[in-house]
Design a protein around this ligand. Structure first.
Ligand SMILES: [Zn+2]
Ligand SMILES: [Zn+2]
Length: 860
């Protein structure tokens, strides 16, 4: 407890400064932290049943994305959590029942890497990091309800991943199929993409990673593709850039599938009749302009050609290698396009024309059908390819307006454009032709209208150790290839803890006999467990539901609780999660809705993506040596100053350039508030007497600040300007220090202004505010005190009346804000209707302004 010997005995006029205390966050903050830690109910969500504390209150679910427990918070975390914490505290003060939880995305590869490097078991390493980061969060004074903490690597959480998996398997939403994986022949195991470095294994730098076909588990997210897409239109509280990224990721396109029949040259002995290449096109109206068919290197027809022709096989393998390299480095979009003419032909079913079949490195086997028709005249990429290899370019679309036929190729428009040189479809508008031609293909049996998506089913199998075991078994006796679900009552299937992951042969779980060997749920004979674990994105797809009922041991959560809290009112995190996490969690919500577990269609009503924290113009990173440690900042300036600076230095959606002088500046500002508040902490009295003009100046500034900050929380979250408006208020108070000391400002007003100031600071500097609240004798917990309400009357700027004369005679009186300068007063006078009427048709020779007094116009 602070010693309050400097509390003045009466009035507001205080004492000499030497007994004022200095602001010492290193003393204040740990003291309040200990008090908060001892009170579990302080930040706990309130029950919402009849008679419970939260009953009848509006709810507010404020959520920051849960971190990966890497071991230490970085400045990006500090910023993310400072935003969420300010919002949560503000909403409590606005009277909401607030849920503000935190947890740990605790499975994943780094724990395995650390085990390999330091010999610490993944569980031990992870839980040690959780403890360290939780300590940092407490030190920051973040208002989390730790009673709902979720740690995804613990069985009480991941058993529900397994439970969901069984439900999805039952519904046909979890299934197995062959898929490509990175395979290290040295390790004899599958590698994650992050473990492939420059095309080689991270542990065997000279070993080239192979792509292998492996049977893997998938979740059928494509079943919800349309709903995921359409739902984006309604997510108005999400940043437009995130919605656009998701739309592109889902990548819905309407088009047609058209079969081109393969025709080998007549000398080929192995010609198979009826072999077809299905191409997907969004522009079937351009099919008369197709001058080649192009295949992905892994397309079945390309493979068949390669078998017949060694030289061709070598070339196709070269194309495939280029493609894989580009895929690994995520450079597929910019790949230098190469192709090879196979010397074989395909027949365009619309006009019977033979076109050459090419294989190209930029065509992907797993996108569309892995084959396209190339129409150089009307597609940028096809045009580029045709120019490079000298393929013919044939125009079949022209602008609808007459005389525009000379338009430059490629001509890719489909609006206001018509089909030409295309038989019976010539003359149709492109859109009309697309529909009619797709229907024609269907009627003739060589195609069909169709929709494709870029979105693929979600591959969740990982041949890793540190993840949720997939709850399936295989029995050679019953059906060796048909996986069988374990009984729900057997969950959780525990991840074995004592396991050597330093060996390199095969899947880590596959080497643990006690794990693998089990009994068949059907025949009771010996069976094997699935040894794949789940992608960690499964963990983060539904963790926020668990927060509403984190201790439930009978279900993932209670539906009533989830239905009360959901959707999340505000979700806050980095834009790097715009696609994977935020699409998977939307999918998971829809699955849970269809299982009857929740009523909401979307997990989060509003999403906010904060900017990055940078230093010296670059993202903080160890390799650049520009990392600023939150611990250092807190040790030097306190958690309050560090957090407040993170909110003050830039609007929250922009990048923030970290400057230590700025943190020091905030610390000095808090020191000033500390000094003033301490000095006037005993101010009190009744506000019944009419305020003096000096009272009014302070009250006006206070209420203008209340209005500004309340608007900022309700609207665009310009916390940087919120904090600067508090600084302006404090400057105004400081400017009136002499007046307060002399009793020119009533004690009651002084008390009201300081009370308001402290409440306005509460979302931004919680330790400081708790201390100051106690200093001024505030009742109860400051964060449960009602947020100040603006008094519009008090906030309004005073106006003064200025008489306006024309040639010395009074014409009217105009109102201008107090303190207006000459130009404002002059403009107001000249804009007055009566004055304008009086001077109409005359020339104003001179305008005399006596500021605050009068305006005189001299006219002729
Ligand atoms: Zn290897
Ligand atoms: Zn069996």
């Amino acid at each position: 407890m602070p010693e309050n010997q400097n509390i003045p005995q009466a009035g507001t006029s205080v004492t000499s400064p030497q007994i004022e205390q200095r602001y010492a966050p290193s003393e204040i903050e740990p003291r309040w932290q200990a008090r908060w830690d001892a009170d579990a109910s302080l930040y706990a969500a309130e029950g919402h049943g009849v008679g419970e504390k939260g009953w009848g209150k509006p709810k507010y679910y404020c959520l920051e994305m849960l971190p990966y427990p890497s071991g230490a918070l970085h400045m990006g975390h500090v910023r993310n959590y400072a935003i969420g914490d300010a919002l949560a505290r503000h909403m409590w003060m606005r009277g909401y029942n607030v849920l503000h939880p935190m947890g740990w995305d605790a499975f994943g590869l780094p724990a395995e890497n650390a085990a390999l490097k330091n010999g610490v078991p993944p569980r031990e390493w992870t839980l040690g990091n959780v403890a360290a980061m939780k300590k940092q969060m407490r030190r920051m004074g973040l208002s989390y309800d730790w009673s709902t903490e979720v740690t995804t690597c613990l069985p009480d959480y991941y058993r529900w991943n397994q439970w969901f998996f069984l439900k999805m398997f039952e519904k046909g939403l979890a299934f197995r199929k062959k898929s490509k994986v990175n395979w290290c022949p040295e390790c004899q195991t599958v590698l994650a993409n992050e473990q492939v470095v420059g095309g080689c294994c991270w542990r065997h730098e000279d070993t080239v990673v192979e792509l292998r076909d492996l049977t893997q588990w998938f979740l059928r997210i494509t079943k919800y593709a349309d709903e995921l897409l359409e739902g984006l239109d309604k997510l108005e509280g999400w940043p437009e850039k995130v919605r656009t990224m998701q739309r592109n990721w889902i990548g819905r396109s309407e088009g047609a599938l058209v079969d081109f029949e393969v025709q080998r040259d007549s000398e080929s002995a192995s010609q198979r009749v009826g072999e077809k290449i299905a191409v997907f096109t969004t522009r079937v109206d351009t099919i008369f302009g197709a001058t080649s068919v192009q295949l992905a290197p892994e397309h079945a027809v390309a493979k068949a050609f390669a078998l017949e022709d060694d030289a061709l096989r070598v070339q196709i393998e070269g194309l495939l290698a280029e493609q894989q390299k580009a895929r690994e480095t995520d450079a597929l979009g910019a790949i230098e396009k190469h192709g090879v003419n196979t010397g074989r032909f395909a027949v365009n079913p619309f006009n019977g024309e033979r076109v050459p079949i090419w294989v190209a490195n930029y065509i992907l086997a797993d996108y569309g059908t892995g084959a396209i028709m190339s129409v150089p005249a009307h597609d940028e990429r096809d045009f580029e390819f045709a120019q490079k290899y000298g393929l013919p370019v044939r125009r079949v679309i022209v602008p609808a307006v007459a005389g525009a036929e000379e338009s430059v190729l490629p001509f890719t428009a489909e609006e206001d454009a018509v089909v030409v040189n295309s038989g019976e479809w010539s003359g149709l508008e492109c859109g009309v032709a697309q529909g009619k031609m797709a229907e024609f293909a269907k009627a003739k049996g060589f195609g069909t209208p169709t929709v494709t998506y870029r979105l693929k089913d979600w591959g969740v199998s990982r041949q890793r150790y540190w993840g949720t075991p997939i709850p399936m078994v295989y029995c050679d006796g019953c059906s060796p290839d048909e996986p069988m679900p374990v009984a729900e009552s057997e969950l959780p299937i525990l991840l074995p803890e004592q396991i050597d992951i330093t060996q390199t042969n095969g899947s880590p779980l596959g080497r643990v006999a006690e794990f693998v060997n089990t009994t068949c749920p059907k025949c009771g004979g010996p069976a094997r467990r699935e040894t794949d674990t789940m992608d960690t994105f499964v963990d983060s797809s539904w963790y926020f539901y668990r927060y509403t009922d984190a201790k439930n041991s009978r279900a993932p959560f209670d539906s009533d609780k989830a239905n009360y809290w959901f959707p999340i009112d505000q979700y806050i995190g980095g834009v790097e999660h715009a696609i994977l996490h935020l699409i998977y969690s939307r999918f998971w919500t829809k699955v849970m809705r269809d299982l009857g577990m929740v009523k909401n269609n979307e997990p989060a009503e509003r999403l906010f993506t904060q900017g990055m924290v940078i230093k010296d113009g670059a993202k903080m990173s160890k390799s650049k040596g520009n990392v600023v440690s939150p611990d250092d900042m807190i040790a030097r300036y306190g958690a309050d100053a560090t957090r407040m600076y993170a909110l003050f230095a830039a609007p929250p959606d922009r990048d923030l350039e970290w400057q230590e002088e700025g943190v020091a500046g905030i610390s000095r500002f808090l020191g000033k508030v500390y000094r003033l508040t301490t000095k006037y902490s005993a101010a009190a009295g009744s506000t019944e007497t009419a305020p003096t003009p000096k009272d009014q100046v302070l009250l006006r500034r206070l209420h203008q600040t209340i209005a500004k900050i309340t608007q900022d929380f309700d609207g665009r979250w310009h916390f940087n300007t919120s904090i600067s408006s508090i600084m302006i208020l404090v400057n105004e108070i400081a400017a009136n220090e002499a007046a307060m000391d002399d009793g020119e400002i009533s004690s009651a007003i002084v008390a009201e202004v300081f009370r308001g100031l402290i409440l306005l600071l509460a979302p931004f500097a919680p330790f400081f505010v708790a201390e100051m609240w106690e200093q001024i004798g505030g009742e109860g917990v400051v964060f449960r005190t009602q947020w100040p309400v603006v008094n519009e009357e008090l906030a309004r700027e005073d106006e003064i009346e200025i008489p306006v004369q024309v040639n010395g005679k009074l014409v009217n009186v105009v109102k201008v804000p107090a303190g207006s300068d000459e130009a404002v007063v002059r403009a107001a006078a000249l804009a007055d209707m009566k004055v304008m009427a009086r001077i109409e048709g005359k020339t104003v020779v001179k305008v005399i302004v006596v500021p605050g007094k009068l305006v005189n116009l001299v006219v002729k």
